[in-house]
Design a protein around this ligand. Structure first.
Ligand code: GRF
Length: 203
């Protein structure tokens, strides 16, 4: 089964997936990494792993629609079974979402539905929460609002800072994203409009 990963930055989640693939534990193959940012370090990670690394700079397109049209073409050229957003910092148009509905996952640094959007760690700290974490979800037209498939929780401790919290959450992201991807590739995880199922059971 074929996986395309979309990134914009460092690509540490991409690296976690590459590491699973290296140990033949992913249940599929990352056939391409696409970045909208030419300088994304994740592109280097892809090349070092021998994966096709594609730059598709959004600044070269006049509109979001034009960009997303080009993005669909590049993605489909690689005939993926699954599209994995791993720090892809662009909001996708409904056209892209609909095209890949049920085949596209995202990871978000909060315990969804709490803290959709940006600056999740700072907002969680400001609210004085005792638990924070990360979530993998299917991508739907509602931003960070699709069915959640797996979450990891971290405790927020005394003296926690935004950077310490971010680091802890990131480490958990690297644990849960490969699990969710594997479930998808094994056909165990399914999208339904009402939610997601694992082995036929609602999550
Ligand atoms: C992660 O925090 C992820 O939750 C968010 O973007 C960040 C990507 O980090 N969507 P990396 O590029 O995988 O290191």
């Amino acid at each position: 089964r074929r996986v395309v990963v979309l990134i914009s930055g460092g690509g540490s989640n991409l690296q976690a997936l590459i590491d699973e693939q290296t140990h033949e534990r992913l249940g599929g193959e990352i056939v391409a990494v696409i970045s909208n940012e030419p300088a994304a370090y994740g592109l280097i990670r892809a090349k070092e792993a021998g994966i096709d690394a594609v730059v598709l700079p959004h600044r070269e397109y006049d509109s979001r629609e034009a960009y997303d049209g080009a993005l669909i073409k590049v993605i489909e050229r690689h005939e993926p079974d699954l599209i994995v957003l791993a720090g892809f910092m662009r909001i996708l148009t409904p056209r892209v979402v609909q095209r890949f509905l049920g085949r596209m996952l995202n990871i978000h640094p909060s315990l969804l539905p709490a803290y959709q959007g940006l600056n999740t760690h700072a907002r969680a700290l400001a609210d004085g929460v005792t638990e924070h974490g990360c979530s993998v979800h299917f991508v739907t037209e509602e931003l960070d609002g699709g069915p959640v498939v797996i979450q990891a929780v971290v405790n927020v401790v005394d003296g926690e800072t935004e950077s310490s919290l971010k680091e802890k959450v990131h480490a958990r992201e690297h644990l849960i994203y490969p699990i969710a991807v594997k479930w998808c590739l094994e056909g165990r995880l399914q999208f339904t409009p009402g939610g997601a199922t694992l082995d036929g059971m609602p999550l």
